[in-house]
Design a binder for this molecule. Structure first.
Ligand SMILES: N=C(N)NCCC[C@H](NC(=O)CCC(=O)O)C(=O)O
Length: 448
């Protein structure tokens, strides 16, 4: 049976702003308080989705969340009408209002971890929503994420959904940003590669000193258990704590994998040789031929990797089996990275082509091409069971572009977040969106 890797991209929400909310994420910290352009951000994301669809890839779309999250503010003690809740938060606790307004759900690589049916004990596709426990503004995403994923992948015969792990840092889980899967064909059993930043319960593992390690080993192990993965089909590896301290807050900022290939930076992992051997051995047992492409620090430093987001690229398999790398403009702007990429595609290896996208609005908050997508490997039957409303088509692209142009502002500053009108605009837009994407009622304002 035919199988596909479907990329579901996060649609940027109407409150996209630069809140400086993510300690350890260099771009978020350095662009704090800049004015944002939500309309441009959403259109840049849609253009990437359309381009991938036009190249022949199956592309999906994942809806944004209701922001400001008035219910979250209420749970922190702000009361009154919705407008009063927002105004009281603005007056007494602006950072909490900013956090409750973040459009961070756009980075859907952090929405969930997904295991395809070929890997799981019950033969269903498994999803575990990520608790995103490390940052308050992200920790409030998972209840709506679960409802949206449930509306997209509703058929219990094919899809199994798990609630987020316990909401404590010991089970800090950032979803697919720290998870890659290696396989021969998307529909065949593969090796799931979980990368963690620290262990919560075993002090023998080192940890970063400056910035938080968001993903724990114990969270990754829990997800693998929930999904019913076999030991033979799982490899765990630790991120190099030094690169976390250099701004690599998720593994997808320093490595990306697809098919049988891992593309990674020399400094990305601890115990790299042992890890590569294990990947080779386990994929080999499944009949696969694991290959790795290491980018040496002498050619691209960790700092250049963090600045350009070279590894936050999408590595995609084309119809002829060769691979294509989708990178952000920032890679072209960095001479060393761009030279490296020219050499890579000219070398006659598997990665033959590089395509560049302007995702500046998202990049300024630390979100590149790979952050914006959640990969779901599906066979033909499973793809047919996905809610068709969320699969990108030319008419859907046109409708969503019009929808963005109609509802989104082209400038947003921190002071605008206190405007209760923004909440109404967001709800009006999202109510229409759930009809466009045929999601039913998924937002707090629709179900309470
Ligand atoms: N690498 C992946 N997969 N995802 C990128 C997530 C970026 C996100 N930025 C933010 O949440 C910044 C929000 C702000 O500062 O306004 C984060 O740090 O969690």
């Amino acid at each position: 049976m035919k199988s596909y890797e479907v990329n579901f991209d996060g649609l940027v929400g109407p409150t996209h702003n630069y809140g400086g909310l993510s300690f350890g994420n260099v771009a978020s910290q350095s662009n704090s308080q800049q004015h944002s352009n939500p309309k441009e951000a959403a259109l840049q994301g849609l253009q990437k989705m359309k381009a991938l669809m036009d190249m022949g890839f199956v592309q999906g779309v994942l809806a944004p969340q209701e922001r400001p999250d008035v219910a979250a503010l209420r749970s922190l003690g702000f009361s009154g009408t919705d407008a009063q809740v927002i105004q009281r938060a603005a007056k007494d606790a602006m950072p909490l209002l900013v956090a409750s307004c973040s459009a961070s759900s756009m980075w859907v690589a952090n929405a969930a971890t997904v295991s395809p049916s070929a890997d799981t004990a019950d033969g269903r596709v498994h999803f575990t929503a990520a608790n995103l426990n490390c940052k308050y503004h992200r920790s409030i995403e998972h209840p709506t994420t679960s409802r949206v994923l449930g509306a997209m992948f509703a058929d219990a015969k094919h899809f199994a959904h798990h609630a987020a792990l316990p909401a404590v840092s010991q089970f800090g889980d950032e979803g697919a940003a720290n998870h890659t899967r290696f396989c021969r064909e998307y529909g065949e059993a593969g090796v799931e590669f979980f990368v963690f930043g620290r262990s919560a319960f075993d002090p023998r593992y080192p940890a970063p000193q400056k910035y938080p390690a968001r993903q724990t080993l114990e969270a990754s192990q829990a997800v693998a258990r929930l999904h019913g993965l076999k030991d033979d089909g799982v490899v765990y590896a630790q991120q190099n704590p030094a690169v976390i301290d250099a701004g690599v807050f998720h593994n997808d900022v320093i490595a990306v994998g697809n098919g049988e290939v891992l593309f990674y930076h020399e400094d990305a992992f601890l115990n790299t040789e042992q890890m590569l051997g294990e990947l080779q051995g386990k994929l080999g047992k499944l009949g696969g031929n694991f290959q790795s492409v290491c980018v040496p620090r002498a050619l691209v430093s960790v700092e250049d990797a963090v600045r350009s987001y070279l590894f936050n690229s999408q590595l995609l398999t084309r119809a002829d089996g060769s691979m294509l790398l989708i990178v952000p403009e920032e890679c072209r702007a960095n001479e060393r990275v761009w030279n490296y990429l020219q050499g890579l595609t000219a070398s006659g290896g598997l990665i033959r082509e590089v395509k560049v996208f302007d995702l500046k609005q998202s990049m300024q908050n630390g979100g590149g091409p790979a952050c914006l997508r959640l990969r779901v490997a599906l066979n033909e039957t499973e793809l047919a069971a996905v809610n068709p409303g969320v699969i990108m088509t030319a008419p859907l692209y046109d409708t969503l572009t019009q929808w963005v142009n109609q509802h989104y502002r082209d400038s947003l500053r921190e002071s605008d977040l206190a405007d209760p009108q923004l909440l109404l605009e967001c709800r009006t837009a999202l109510d229409e969106l759930t009809q466009i994407l045929k999601l039913g009622s998924v937002y707090p304002f629709q179900i309470n």
